[in-house]
Design a protein around this ligand. Sequence first.
Ligand code: P6P
Length: 339
Amino acid sequence: MSKQALQTLGEFIIDKQDDFKYSTGELSRLISSIRIATKIVNREVNKAGIADIIGNVGNMNIQGEDQQKLDVLANDIFIAALSQREVVCGIASEESDDFIEVKCTENAHLSKYVVLIDPLDGSSNIDVNVSVGTIFSIYRRVSDPGSPVELRDFLQKGVNQVAAGYVVYGSSTMIVYTTGNGVNGFTLDPSIGTYYLSHENIKFPTMGKIYSINEGNYAKFPQGVKDYIKYCQEEEGDRPYTSRYIGSLVSDFHRNMLKGGIYIYPQTSHSPNGKLRLLYEANPMAFLAEQAGGKCSDGFKRIMEIEPTELHQRVPFFCGSAAMVTQAEEFMAKAVSKN
Ligand code: P6P
């Protein structure tokens, strides 16, 4: 019997159209717009080494980090792709201090969705050819359709997300996303610019043997994290675990989701809220993790229940195989109870 042809992302989006409540095709078009942008960013990331577009442009973004040229370019590509198709009424980006109201087309303000995006996460890895990623999160606007977009359209709890996903520009380029009905991964065939369904209904292994954390910050970690790391390193049962840390959230998350593991970016004595941003890093990754049967918290409570107060607020982040996150939370709780 002939092998069934691999489904393309375009075919998948159409097939799953009816999964979206009150589907009008707008969310499908929104995801297709993101798909187009990822192909353009992929082309630019792949030629970064030779096109002399790496290195800093010299200006800083709101995070106080040097903006890499690709950061700026990726941001522009996603904003252009999303703004010109009347699929969103507002965009918030790691690279932009304030949210952007989309007004460049006549009916953009009638769109019911807003997108929050980290256009090129892990960009400090660009110069050393380590994989980077894009992370996106999609909500329905809460302000009145047709009225100007408001900050409250973006400051929504993660549980309100309509869709979320990431792109990993790695040894192959993949887009992994959810609309609340499981997690599916698509791999790009760059020779024809088509994404094919390669990882259907991805599930986080309940338990794993990989822990991902920047142990260079060990001295600044809360006691509960120090205790959990020591537990992972002990010779007992199926430990010691393996430490794997790429320094690119999307890559560490992706590996852990396929193989089982936990990624932790905790609060430290220098960064009381950790480093990752709630709205366009933690929440979308948490949505994906939970849809794949994993777990995601700030060490104590579910990430997606956190009430946002600022566009670029940071949050401690414990995410991965459910049993491992629960174990880490137990170490956090025990350390607090001892204080
Ligand atoms: P550190 C990249 O800047 C990022 O936001 C994540 O992609 C990555 O996991 C983390 O920061 C790395 O941070 O402090 O360990 O270099």
